[in-house]
Design a protein around this ligand. Sequence first.
Ligand code: NAP
Length: 459
Amino acid sequence: MTYTPERPLRVGIVGAGPAGFFAADALIKQDVPVSVDLFDRLPTPFGLVRYGVAPDHQKIKSVTRLYQKTLDDPRVRFFGHVSYGQDLTLTELRRFYDAIIYTVGAPSDRPLGIPGETLTGSISATEFVAWYNGHPDYAELSPELSMGSVAVVGMGNVAVDVTRILAKTADELLQTDIADHAVEALRHSQVRDIYMLGRRGPAQGKFTTKELRELGELTNADVVVDPADMELDPISEASLAEDPMVAKNIEVLREFSVRAQTGRPRRVHIKFLSSPVAVLGDTKVEGLRVEKNELRDRGGVLAAVGTGETEVLPVGLVLRSVGYRGVALPGVPFDEKRSVIPNERGRVTASAGGTVVPGEYVAGWIKRGPTGVIGTNKADAAESVRCLLEDAPGLARVVDTDAAPESVERFLEAKGVQFFSFDHWLELDALELEAGRAQGRPRVKLTRVEEMLRRNRVT
Ligand code: NAP
Protein backbone atom coordinates (compact mmCIF):
# COMPACT_ATOMS: atom_id res chain seq x y z
CA MET A 1 0.00 0.00 0.00
CA THR A 2 1.11 3.53 -0.70
CA TYR A 3 0.50 5.80 2.25
CA THR A 4 -0.82 9.31 1.66
CA PRO A 5 -1.36 12.36 3.89
CA GLU A 6 -5.06 11.33 3.94
CA ARG A 7 -4.23 7.72 4.83
CA PRO A 8 -0.83 7.86 6.53
CA LEU A 9 1.06 4.93 8.01
CA ARG A 10 -0.46 4.67 11.50
CA VAL A 11 2.06 3.86 14.24
CA GLY A 12 1.22 3.35 17.92
CA ILE A 13 4.13 3.59 20.35
CA VAL A 14 3.70 2.01 23.78
CA GLY A 15 5.88 3.88 26.31
CA ALA A 16 6.64 7.61 26.12
CA GLY A 17 10.21 7.50 27.45
CA PRO A 18 13.46 8.23 25.58
CA ALA A 19 13.19 5.26 23.19
CA GLY A 20 9.55 6.10 22.38
CA PHE A 21 10.40 9.72 21.62
CA PHE A 22 13.46 8.84 19.53
CA ALA A 23 11.30 6.38 17.56
CA ALA A 24 8.59 9.03 17.01
CA ASP A 25 11.25 11.52 15.93
CA ALA A 26 12.80 9.05 13.46
CA LEU A 27 9.32 8.41 12.02
CA ILE A 28 8.52 12.07 11.34
CA LYS A 29 11.97 12.72 9.86
CA GLN A 30 11.45 10.47 6.81
CA ASP A 31 9.35 10.74 3.66
CA VAL A 32 6.49 8.25 4.15
CA PRO A 33 3.35 10.07 5.41
CA VAL A 34 2.92 8.98 9.03
CA SER A 35 0.72 9.59 12.01
CA VAL A 36 2.20 8.60 15.38
CA ASP A 37 0.45 8.15 18.74
CA LEU A 38 2.58 7.83 21.88
CA PHE A 39 0.96 6.08 24.85
CA ASP A 40 2.09 6.05 28.45
CA ARG A 41 0.49 4.58 31.54
CA LEU A 42 1.42 7.74 33.50
CA PRO A 43 -0.15 11.12 32.71
CA THR A 44 3.34 12.61 32.24
CA PRO A 45 5.64 11.96 29.27
CA PHE A 46 9.46 11.38 29.21
CA GLY A 47 9.71 8.17 31.30
CA LEU A 48 13.18 7.66 32.71
CA VAL A 49 14.24 11.24 31.95
CA ARG A 50 11.65 12.49 34.44
CA TYR A 51 11.70 9.52 36.83
CA GLY A 52 15.19 8.00 36.47
CA VAL A 53 17.80 10.67 35.70
CA ALA A 54 19.13 12.12 38.96
CA PRO A 55 17.51 15.42 40.02
CA ASP A 56 20.95 17.05 40.37
CA HIS A 57 21.71 16.20 36.71
CA GLN A 58 19.41 18.77 35.13
CA LYS A 59 21.57 19.10 32.01
CA ILE A 60 20.79 15.50 31.06
CA LYS A 61 17.09 16.27 31.51
CA SER A 62 17.28 19.09 28.94
CA VAL A 63 16.80 16.43 26.23
CA THR A 64 13.07 16.82 26.98
CA ARG A 65 13.17 20.03 24.91
CA LEU A 66 13.78 17.85 21.85
CA TYR A 67 10.99 15.49 22.87
CA GLN A 68 8.64 18.42 23.38
CA LYS A 69 9.47 19.54 19.81
CA THR A 70 8.50 16.09 18.57
CA LEU A 71 5.16 16.48 20.34
CA ASP A 72 4.73 19.91 18.71
CA ASP A 73 4.59 18.18 15.32
CA PRO A 74 0.95 17.81 14.22
CA ARG A 75 1.66 14.22 13.12
CA VAL A 76 2.45 13.18 16.71
CA ARG A 77 -0.06 12.87 19.57
CA PHE A 78 0.40 12.00 23.23
CA PHE A 79 -2.01 9.83 25.20
CA GLY A 80 -0.97 9.74 28.85
CA HIS A 81 -2.70 7.77 31.61
CA VAL A 82 -3.47 4.90 29.20
CA SER A 83 -2.35 1.49 30.44
CA TYR A 84 -1.35 -1.08 27.87
CA GLY A 85 -3.25 -4.31 28.47
CA GLN A 86 -6.03 -2.65 30.47
CA ASP A 87 -7.14 0.59 28.82
CA LEU A 88 -5.84 -0.56 25.46
CA THR A 89 -5.20 -4.21 24.68
CA LEU A 90 -3.02 -5.61 21.93
CA THR A 91 -6.11 -6.58 19.89
CA GLU A 92 -7.41 -3.01 20.22
CA LEU A 93 -4.06 -1.50 19.28
CA ARG A 94 -3.96 -3.73 16.20
CA ARG A 95 -7.34 -2.31 15.20
CA PHE A 96 -6.04 1.26 15.08
CA TYR A 97 -2.41 0.94 14.01
CA ASP A 98 -0.54 -0.55 11.07
CA ALA A 99 2.52 -0.94 13.29
CA ILE A 100 3.15 -0.98 17.03
CA ILE A 101 6.48 -0.15 18.68
CA TYR A 102 7.06 -1.28 22.26
CA THR A 103 9.33 1.12 24.16
CA VAL A 104 8.42 0.29 27.74
CA GLY A 105 11.96 0.19 29.18
CA ALA A 106 13.00 -2.02 32.08
CA PRO A 107 10.85 -1.01 35.07
CA SER A 108 11.86 -3.78 37.48
CA ASP A 109 15.15 -4.79 39.08
CA ARG A 110 17.46 -7.78 39.29
CA PRO A 111 17.44 -9.61 42.62
CA LEU A 112 20.65 -10.55 44.47
CA GLY A 113 19.42 -14.00 45.39
CA ILE A 114 20.72 -13.91 49.00
CA PRO A 115 18.97 -14.63 52.33
CA GLY A 116 17.16 -11.69 53.93
CA GLU A 117 16.79 -9.81 50.67
CA THR A 118 13.07 -9.19 51.26
CA LEU A 119 13.41 -7.80 54.80
CA THR A 120 11.97 -4.35 55.43
CA GLY A 121 14.74 -1.90 54.61
CA SER A 122 16.13 -3.90 51.69
CA ILE A 123 14.91 -2.20 48.54
CA SER A 124 16.04 -1.83 44.97
CA ALA A 125 17.76 1.30 43.76
CA THR A 126 15.08 1.32 41.05
CA GLU A 127 12.45 1.99 43.75
CA PHE A 128 14.63 4.47 45.64
CA VAL A 129 15.38 6.43 42.45
CA ALA A 130 11.69 6.46 41.48
CA TRP A 131 10.82 7.65 45.02
CA TYR A 132 13.18 10.63 45.07
CA ASN A 133 12.20 11.52 41.50
CA GLY A 134 8.51 11.70 42.44
CA HIS A 135 7.23 8.66 40.50
CA PRO A 136 3.57 8.33 41.57
CA ASP A 137 3.90 4.56 42.18
CA TYR A 138 6.61 5.10 44.82
CA ALA A 139 5.43 8.23 46.64
CA GLU A 140 4.74 6.12 49.77
CA LEU A 141 8.08 4.26 49.85
CA SER A 142 9.51 5.75 53.07
CA PRO A 143 13.07 4.31 53.01
CA GLU A 144 14.77 3.66 56.36
CA LEU A 145 17.05 6.66 56.96
CA SER A 146 17.16 6.64 60.77
CA MET A 147 20.19 4.32 61.03
CA GLY A 148 23.73 5.59 60.68
CA SER A 149 24.78 3.38 57.75
CA VAL A 150 23.50 2.37 54.33
CA ALA A 151 24.83 -0.19 51.84
CA VAL A 152 24.52 0.39 48.10
CA VAL A 153 25.23 -2.84 46.23
CA GLY A 154 26.67 -2.38 42.72
CA MET A 155 29.22 -0.21 40.96
CA GLY A 156 27.24 1.25 38.07
CA ASN A 157 26.09 4.83 37.50
CA VAL A 158 22.79 4.14 39.29
CA ALA A 159 24.74 3.15 42.43
CA VAL A 160 26.75 6.38 42.10
CA ASP A 161 23.53 8.41 41.69
CA VAL A 162 21.84 7.03 44.82
CA THR A 163 25.06 7.34 46.83
CA ARG A 164 25.40 10.99 45.85
CA ILE A 165 21.76 11.76 46.70
CA LEU A 166 22.18 10.08 50.11
CA ALA A 167 25.35 12.09 50.77
CA LYS A 168 24.12 15.56 49.80
CA THR A 169 22.54 18.03 52.20
CA ALA A 170 18.83 18.87 52.03
CA ASP A 171 19.76 22.43 51.02
CA GLU A 172 21.79 21.14 48.07
CA LEU A 173 18.92 18.87 47.07
CA LEU A 174 16.46 21.76 47.32
CA GLN A 175 18.18 23.35 44.34
CA THR A 176 16.96 20.44 42.18
CA ASP A 177 13.57 19.08 41.14
CA ILE A 178 13.76 16.21 43.66
CA ALA A 179 10.32 15.26 45.03
CA ASP A 180 9.27 17.32 48.07
CA HIS A 181 8.53 14.15 50.09
CA ALA A 182 12.08 12.90 49.41
CA VAL A 183 13.87 16.09 50.38
CA GLU A 184 11.84 16.21 53.58
CA ALA A 185 12.80 12.63 54.47
CA LEU A 186 16.44 13.19 53.50
CA ARG A 187 16.54 16.37 55.61
CA HIS A 188 16.01 14.16 58.69
CA SER A 189 18.36 11.42 57.51
CA GLN A 190 20.69 10.06 60.19
CA VAL A 191 22.88 8.39 57.58
CA ARG A 192 26.59 9.04 58.14
CA ASP A 193 28.30 6.14 56.34
CA ILE A 194 27.39 5.01 52.84
CA TYR A 195 29.08 1.81 51.66
CA MET A 196 29.14 1.35 47.89
CA LEU A 197 29.99 -2.31 47.29
CA GLY A 198 31.54 -3.75 44.13
CA ARG A 199 31.90 -7.51 43.80
CA ARG A 200 34.89 -7.11 41.47
CA GLY A 201 37.86 -4.74 41.46
CA PRO A 202 38.28 -1.03 40.69
CA ALA A 203 39.14 -1.71 37.03
CA GLN A 204 35.77 -3.48 36.61
CA GLY A 205 33.62 -0.62 37.93
CA LYS A 206 30.78 0.17 35.51
CA PHE A 207 30.58 3.86 36.41
CA THR A 208 31.74 6.57 34.04
CA THR A 209 34.60 8.87 35.09
CA LYS A 210 32.50 12.05 35.23
CA GLU A 211 30.03 10.43 37.65
CA LEU A 212 32.84 8.90 39.74
CA ARG A 213 34.59 12.28 40.05
CA GLU A 214 31.41 13.82 41.46
CA LEU A 215 31.73 11.58 44.53
CA GLY A 216 35.03 13.30 45.28
CA GLU A 217 33.45 16.73 44.93
CA LEU A 218 30.75 16.31 47.59
CA THR A 219 30.79 19.17 50.08
CA ASN A 220 29.06 17.11 52.76
CA ALA A 221 30.99 13.83 52.54
CA ASP A 222 34.53 12.50 52.48
CA VAL A 223 35.25 9.73 50.02
CA VAL A 224 37.11 6.70 51.36
CA VAL A 225 38.97 4.11 49.26
CA ASP A 226 41.27 1.51 50.77
CA PRO A 227 44.73 1.91 49.12
CA ALA A 228 45.09 -1.91 49.28
CA ASP A 229 42.13 -2.21 46.86
CA MET A 230 44.10 -0.17 44.34
CA GLU A 231 46.84 -2.77 43.90
CA LEU A 232 45.77 -4.25 40.59
CA ASP A 233 46.16 -7.82 39.35
CA PRO A 234 48.00 -8.22 35.99
CA ILE A 235 44.80 -8.57 33.89
CA SER A 236 43.26 -5.42 35.41
CA GLU A 237 46.57 -3.60 34.95
CA ALA A 238 46.63 -4.59 31.26
CA SER A 239 43.06 -3.31 30.80
CA LEU A 240 44.24 0.25 31.55
CA ALA A 241 46.07 0.36 28.24
CA GLU A 242 43.06 -1.08 26.38
CA ASP A 243 40.32 1.14 27.78
CA PRO A 244 40.99 4.85 28.39
CA MET A 245 37.90 5.16 30.63
CA VAL A 246 39.15 2.41 32.94
CA ALA A 247 42.55 4.15 33.09
CA LYS A 248 40.85 7.44 34.03
CA ASN A 249 38.65 5.73 36.64
CA ILE A 250 41.73 4.18 38.24
CA GLU A 251 43.50 7.54 38.27
CA VAL A 252 40.51 9.12 40.07
CA LEU A 253 40.19 6.21 42.54
CA ARG A 254 43.94 6.28 43.31
CA GLU A 255 43.64 9.95 44.12
CA PHE A 256 40.63 9.18 46.39
CA SER A 257 42.64 6.45 48.15
CA VAL A 258 45.41 8.81 49.28
CA ARG A 259 43.17 11.71 50.27
CA ALA A 260 43.23 12.89 53.86
CA GLN A 261 39.84 12.74 55.60
CA THR A 262 38.51 16.21 56.39
CA GLY A 263 35.84 15.31 58.96
CA ARG A 264 32.85 16.09 56.75
CA PRO A 265 29.54 14.91 58.25
CA ARG A 266 29.20 11.90 55.91
CA ARG A 267 31.55 9.33 54.44
CA VAL A 268 31.23 7.49 51.12
CA HIS A 269 33.17 4.22 51.35
CA ILE A 270 33.88 2.73 47.92
CA LYS A 271 34.63 -0.91 48.70
CA PHE A 272 35.80 -3.33 46.06
CA LEU A 273 36.00 -7.15 46.01
CA SER A 274 33.02 -7.25 48.37
CA SER A 275 29.88 -9.35 47.82
CA PRO A 276 26.83 -9.26 50.08
CA VAL A 277 26.05 -12.83 51.19
CA ALA A 278 23.17 -12.24 53.65
CA VAL A 279 20.95 -9.37 54.77
CA LEU A 280 20.67 -9.72 58.55
CA GLY A 281 17.71 -9.01 60.82
CA ASP A 282 14.39 -10.52 62.00
CA THR A 283 11.82 -8.40 60.22
CA LYS A 284 13.89 -5.40 59.25
CA VAL A 285 17.46 -4.90 58.13
CA GLU A 286 20.00 -4.76 60.96
CA GLY A 287 23.15 -5.50 59.03
CA LEU A 288 24.71 -6.87 55.88
CA ARG A 289 27.17 -9.76 55.82
CA VAL A 290 29.79 -9.13 53.15
CA GLU A 291 32.34 -11.62 51.85
CA LYS A 292 35.76 -10.60 50.60
CA ASN A 293 36.36 -11.76 47.02
CA GLU A 294 39.36 -12.40 44.85
CA LEU A 295 39.44 -12.17 41.08
CA ARG A 296 39.87 -15.25 38.91
CA ASP A 297 40.41 -15.32 35.18
CA ARG A 298 37.44 -17.09 33.54
CA GLY A 299 38.38 -17.21 29.87
CA GLY A 300 39.59 -13.61 29.70
CA VAL A 301 36.85 -12.22 31.99
CA LEU A 302 37.70 -11.54 35.60
CA ALA A 303 35.11 -13.13 37.90
CA ALA A 304 34.64 -12.54 41.63
CA VAL A 305 35.20 -15.62 43.79
CA GLY A 306 34.51 -15.60 47.55
CA THR A 307 37.46 -16.12 49.91
CA GLY A 308 35.35 -17.16 52.91
CA GLU A 309 36.45 -14.07 54.85
CA THR A 310 33.39 -12.05 55.95
CA GLU A 311 32.51 -8.91 57.88
CA VAL A 312 29.18 -7.41 58.99
CA LEU A 313 28.32 -3.85 58.03
CA PRO A 314 25.89 -2.32 60.58
CA VAL A 315 23.47 -0.95 58.00
CA GLY A 316 19.73 -0.27 58.35
CA LEU A 317 19.10 0.15 54.64
CA VAL A 318 20.31 -1.97 51.73
CA LEU A 319 19.88 -0.56 48.24
CA ARG A 320 20.31 -3.19 45.55
CA SER A 321 21.70 -1.47 42.48
CA VAL A 322 22.68 -4.43 40.33
CA GLY A 323 20.74 -3.56 37.19
CA TYR A 324 17.23 -2.89 35.94
CA ARG A 325 15.07 -5.67 34.48
CA GLY A 326 12.44 -5.76 31.73
CA VAL A 327 8.94 -7.08 32.43
CA ALA A 328 6.71 -9.09 30.02
CA LEU A 329 3.74 -7.34 28.36
CA PRO A 330 0.47 -9.29 27.99
CA GLY A 331 0.30 -10.92 24.56
CA VAL A 332 3.84 -9.95 23.55
CA PRO A 333 6.67 -12.51 23.27
CA PHE A 334 9.23 -12.32 26.08
CA ASP A 335 12.71 -13.75 26.46
CA GLU A 336 12.74 -14.76 30.15
CA LYS A 337 16.48 -15.36 30.12
CA ARG A 338 17.41 -11.85 29.01
CA SER A 339 14.22 -10.10 30.20
CA VAL A 340 13.74 -8.45 26.80
CA ILE A 341 11.21 -8.72 23.97
CA PRO A 342 12.97 -11.05 21.51
CA ASN A 343 13.71 -9.26 18.26
CA GLU A 344 15.71 -9.12 15.07
CA ARG A 345 17.14 -5.58 14.76
CA GLY A 346 13.93 -4.28 16.34
CA ARG A 347 11.41 -6.58 14.58
CA VAL A 348 9.63 -8.54 17.32
CA THR A 349 10.14 -12.30 16.95
CA ALA A 350 8.01 -15.09 18.43
CA SER A 351 11.01 -16.27 20.47
CA ALA A 352 14.78 -15.62 20.56
CA GLY A 353 15.87 -16.41 16.98
CA GLY A 354 12.24 -17.25 16.05
CA THR A 355 9.95 -16.00 13.29
CA VAL A 356 9.08 -12.33 12.92
CA VAL A 357 5.73 -11.12 14.32
CA PRO A 358 4.42 -8.85 11.52
CA GLY A 359 3.74 -5.22 12.41
CA GLU A 360 5.33 -5.31 15.87
CA TYR A 361 8.60 -3.59 16.77
CA VAL A 362 10.61 -2.81 19.85
CA ALA A 363 13.21 -0.20 20.87
CA GLY A 364 15.23 0.85 23.91
CA TRP A 365 15.98 -1.15 27.07
CA ILE A 366 13.18 -3.67 26.43
CA LYS A 367 14.90 -4.40 23.07
CA ARG A 368 18.55 -4.63 24.08
CA GLY A 369 18.59 -4.80 27.90
CA PRO A 370 19.22 -2.06 30.49
CA THR A 371 22.51 -0.61 29.29
CA GLY A 372 23.66 2.67 27.80
CA VAL A 373 22.85 6.32 28.37
CA ILE A 374 19.74 8.23 27.17
CA GLY A 375 21.39 9.07 23.82
CA THR A 376 22.12 5.38 23.10
CA ASN A 377 18.40 4.98 22.45
CA LYS A 378 18.53 7.29 19.44
CA ALA A 379 20.49 4.93 17.18
CA ASP A 380 18.67 1.97 18.72
CA ALA A 381 15.23 3.43 17.88
CA ALA A 382 16.41 4.53 14.42
CA GLU A 383 17.36 0.92 13.61
CA SER A 384 13.89 -0.34 14.60
CA VAL A 385 12.19 2.42 12.61
CA ARG A 386 14.32 1.56 9.53
CA CYS A 387 13.03 -2.02 9.71
CA LEU A 388 9.45 -0.78 10.17
CA LEU A 389 9.76 1.43 7.07
CA GLU A 390 11.23 -1.40 5.01
CA ASP A 391 8.16 -3.46 5.93
CA ALA A 392 5.70 -0.53 5.64
CA PRO A 393 4.25 -1.26 2.17
CA GLY A 394 2.95 -4.62 3.44
CA LEU A 395 1.81 -3.45 6.86
CA ALA A 396 -1.49 -1.63 6.21
CA ARG A 397 -4.09 -3.74 7.93
CA VAL A 398 -6.26 -1.11 9.52
CA VAL A 399 -9.70 -0.75 7.94
CA ASP A 400 -10.48 2.76 6.74
CA THR A 401 -12.97 3.61 9.49
CA ASP A 402 -10.39 2.83 12.18
CA ALA A 403 -7.56 4.61 10.34
CA ALA A 404 -9.04 8.04 11.15
CA PRO A 405 -7.02 9.65 13.97
CA GLU A 406 -10.23 10.40 15.92
CA SER A 407 -11.21 6.73 16.13
CA VAL A 408 -8.77 5.88 18.92
CA GLU A 409 -9.83 8.96 20.90
CA ARG A 410 -13.49 8.02 20.49
CA PHE A 411 -12.74 4.46 21.47
CA LEU A 412 -10.91 5.51 24.67
CA GLU A 413 -13.63 8.00 25.58
CA ALA A 414 -16.33 5.36 25.06
CA LYS A 415 -14.35 3.05 27.33
CA GLY A 416 -14.21 5.76 30.01
CA VAL A 417 -10.41 6.16 29.85
CA GLN A 418 -9.42 9.62 31.08
CA PHE A 419 -6.42 10.17 28.90
CA PHE A 420 -3.99 13.04 29.34
CA SER A 421 -3.21 14.94 26.11
CA PHE A 422 -0.17 17.00 25.11
CA ASP A 423 -2.14 20.15 26.01
CA HIS A 424 -2.82 18.72 29.46
CA TRP A 425 0.89 18.04 29.83
CA LEU A 426 1.77 21.61 28.75
CA GLU A 427 -0.53 22.95 31.45
CA LEU A 428 0.95 20.66 34.09
CA ASP A 429 4.48 21.50 32.94
CA ALA A 430 3.75 25.24 33.24
CA LEU A 431 2.29 24.69 36.70
CA GLU A 432 5.36 22.75 37.91
CA LEU A 433 7.79 25.25 36.38
CA GLU A 434 5.94 28.16 37.95
CA ALA A 435 5.99 26.48 41.39
CA GLY A 436 9.73 25.89 40.83
CA ARG A 437 10.38 29.56 39.92
CA ALA A 438 8.70 30.66 43.13
CA GLN A 439 11.17 28.54 45.13
CA GLY A 440 14.27 29.09 42.95
CA ARG A 441 14.17 25.47 41.76
CA PRO A 442 14.00 23.95 38.24
CA ARG A 443 10.47 22.66 38.95
CA VAL A 444 8.31 21.33 41.76
CA LYS A 445 6.82 18.00 40.70
CA LEU A 446 3.32 16.78 41.29
CA THR A 447 3.69 13.21 42.50
CA ARG A 448 0.10 11.91 42.60
CA VAL A 449 -1.82 10.85 39.52
CA GLU A 450 -5.15 12.03 41.00
CA GLU A 451 -3.67 15.47 41.59
CA MET A 452 -2.31 15.66 38.04
CA LEU A 453 -5.71 14.76 36.64
CA ARG A 454 -7.59 17.09 38.99
CA ARG A 455 -5.33 20.08 38.37
CA ASN A 456 -5.89 19.60 34.68
CA ARG A 457 -9.61 19.12 35.07
CA VAL A 458 -9.41 15.72 33.37
CA THR A 459 -11.54 14.50 36.26
P1 NAP B 1 25.21 -1.37 35.39
O1 NAP B 1 25.99 -0.28 34.81
O2 NAP B 1 25.01 -2.60 34.55
O3 NAP B 1 25.87 -1.78 36.80
C1 NAP B 1 25.41 -2.85 37.54
C2 NAP B 1 26.39 -3.14 38.66
O4 NAP B 1 25.84 -4.19 39.46
C3 NAP B 1 27.76 -3.64 38.21
O5 NAP B 1 28.75 -3.05 39.01
C4 NAP B 1 27.68 -5.15 38.43
O6 NAP B 1 28.93 -5.76 38.69
C5 NAP B 1 26.84 -5.17 39.70
N1 NAP B 1 26.23 -6.48 39.94
C6 NAP B 1 25.45 -7.21 39.13
N2 NAP B 1 25.06 -8.34 39.73
C7 NAP B 1 25.59 -8.33 40.96
C8 NAP B 1 25.56 -9.20 42.08
N3 NAP B 1 24.86 -10.34 42.03
N4 NAP B 1 26.25 -8.87 43.20
C9 NAP B 1 26.95 -7.73 43.26
N5 NAP B 1 27.03 -6.84 42.25
C10 NAP B 1 26.36 -7.14 41.12
O7 NAP B 1 23.71 -0.91 35.76
P2 NAP B 1 23.09 0.44 36.35
O8 NAP B 1 24.00 1.11 37.30
O9 NAP B 1 21.74 0.03 36.79
O10 NAP B 1 22.95 1.37 35.07
C11 NAP B 1 22.13 1.01 33.95
C12 NAP B 1 22.52 1.86 32.74
O11 NAP B 1 22.10 3.20 32.94
C13 NAP B 1 24.04 1.90 32.54
O12 NAP B 1 24.33 1.84 31.17
C14 NAP B 1 24.40 3.25 33.11
O13 NAP B 1 25.60 3.81 32.59
C15 NAP B 1 23.19 4.08 32.75
N6 NAP B 1 23.11 5.26 33.65
C16 NAP B 1 23.78 6.38 33.28
C17 NAP B 1 23.77 7.48 34.11
C18 NAP B 1 24.54 8.72 33.69
O14 NAP B 1 24.96 8.79 32.56
N7 NAP B 1 24.74 9.67 34.57
C19 NAP B 1 23.10 7.44 35.32
C20 NAP B 1 22.42 6.29 35.69
C21 NAP B 1 22.44 5.19 34.83
P3 NAP B 1 29.66 -6.67 37.58
O15 NAP B 1 30.31 -5.74 36.65
O16 NAP B 1 30.59 -7.48 38.38
O17 NAP B 1 28.57 -7.50 36.92
